[in-house]
Design a protein around this ligand. Sequence first.
Ligand SMILES: [Cu+2]
Length: 168
Amino acid sequence: MPIRPLTLAALLACALPVFAHDYKVGDLQIDHPWSRELPPNAPAGAAYFTLHNGAAQADRLLGASTPRAEHSELHNHVHRDGLMKMEEVPSVEVPAQGEVRFQPGGLHVMLFGLKQPLKAGEHFPLTLEFEKAGKVEVQVQVESAEARVPTGHGEHEGHAGGHGHGQH
Ligand SMILES: [Cu+2]
């Protein structure tokens, strides 16, 4: 029996490496999901990526979840009273023909109650849920603390008290 095109496509899909650099769901592209290596006792981590929306209509990221953490929230850093603090946001708009960057010091997916330490070189699954495009599972690559230079102040410093980087 000849191999049908669909079967062949399925075989090829399975042959791809587990970690791919970017992902697609509907008109959305999710570029390079990554997280920073943390000490073994770190209570919470964060995941970052860039969302591109090729559609003529905006979409919204509604939430994220991973089996790696007790629960996940969408967070942003806000400046208030001269301090930088983290705040939960209910959803994040991805503009039509636009992009949104999740990065240190800005938007991130907060991962509370890590079940295993985040070690450089490994990856873990993260499911993102969009209002229009639906759900997609991506693999988050854990990178060493030196791998990336933060693009501003606001290294992720844990959650308790939301301490900021005030000027003294
Ligand atoms: Cu946070």
